[in-house]
Design a protein. Structure first.
Length: 303
């Protein structure tokens, strides 16, 4: 099986995104720059957390895994200070009234997702996590940006970016200020978006030197290269890849054994599928779904 090297990964890949978001030195300047370009505004002080899990309210209710959760703790460039409603976020104590904006940054390479309903659910789970008792008038409630980045066009209009906000249908000119914004970025768009946004999206999809075309992509490229040269990242990536390779081989062998026991070719396929489901579940828990999908695809093409 041919598997990509760490040096060949792009920002949009699950492993690279996670490594950038967990690097204590790089994560804040990296994601501040990405957000500032994609949203076309300055970003204040932020706290970045990777692979954040929000459990379901009950054992039979679905939780969510946020790829990169970013909390901005300034409004209009002014730091907000308060002592109540403390929320533990990463290694920092952030109070509910300090939060100005929350950003859920989600790269997606899978097309078999109903994104509007997927993001509706994610938004509800995120809001329920941070709205504390005592916020009676909701005036101080944070803004929430659910940001999806794909290498395909979800809506089919050929745009680099789509912005979705709630509107009053009977009077669309009147603002409906609920603080909820859905942003969909398509790295392969044809029209729309500023030049800076287009440059950043192209680099996020293919993080190579030919896509370093301005100061922002140069900065992110430097962060990416530092991750790629990190012995720790290389070790984690190779270990993860070796384990998945091993599980793929094991699934074939166990599937064949189960199939022989059943005595039918169909049994072989059932056995393989059962093991593949186990592997997928393990990858999901480890936050490596996207990377597993790529590895399985590459394995199928080269086997």
């Amino acid at each position: 099986m041919l598997r990509r090297k760490l040096s060949e990964l792009n920002v949009i890949d699950d492993f690279m995104m996670n490594e950038l978001a967990t690097n204590e030195e790089l994560k804040e300047p990296c994601f501040r720059r990405i957000l500032s370009v994609l949203l076309n505004r300055d970003i204040g002080e932020i706290n970045v957390k990777a692979q954040s899990i929000i459990q379901g309210l009950d054992t039979d209710l679905r939780g969510v895994r946020l790829d990169v959760e970013i909390i901005e703790t300034t409004r209009n460039g002014i730091s907000i200070k308060s002592e109540d409603d403390t929320v533990i976020q990463g290694e920092k104590n952030i109070t509910g009234s300090q939060i100005a904006n929350i950003y859920d940054l989600e790269p997606h390479l899978r097309k078999d997702v109903n994104f509007p309903k997927h993001n509706r659910y994610y938004q509800a789970k995120i809001d329920s996590r941070y709205v504390k008792k005592g916020l009676d008038d909701f005036e101080g409630m944070h803004n929430l940006y659910v940001i999806t980045i794909t290498n395909f066009d979800i809506f089919g209009d050929g745009l680099f970016e789509y912005t979705v906000c709630n509107k009053i249908l009977e009077n669309p000119d009147r603002e409906y200020k609920d603080g909820l914004i859905f942003k969909y970025f398509n790295t392969r768009g044809k029209t729309g978006g500023s030049e800076a946004v287009k440059n950043m999206l192209r680099f996020i999809e293919k993080s190579t030197s030919e896509n370093v075309v301005d100061e922002a992509t140069k900065e992110i490229s430097e962060y990416v290269n530092r991750v790629k040269k990190s012995p720790n990242a290389e070790e984690i990536y190779m270990t993860m890849g070796d384990k998945i390779d091993f599980l793929c081989r094991e699934s074939e062998e166990i599937g064949e054994q189960r199939g022989i026991g059943i005595g039918e070719q169909r049994g072989i396929e059932i056995g393989k599928q059962q093991m593949l489901n186990i592997i997928k579940e393990a990858a999901k828990k480890a936050g490596a779904e996207a990377e597993l999908e790529k590895i399985i695809s590459e394995y199928s093409e080269n086997s």
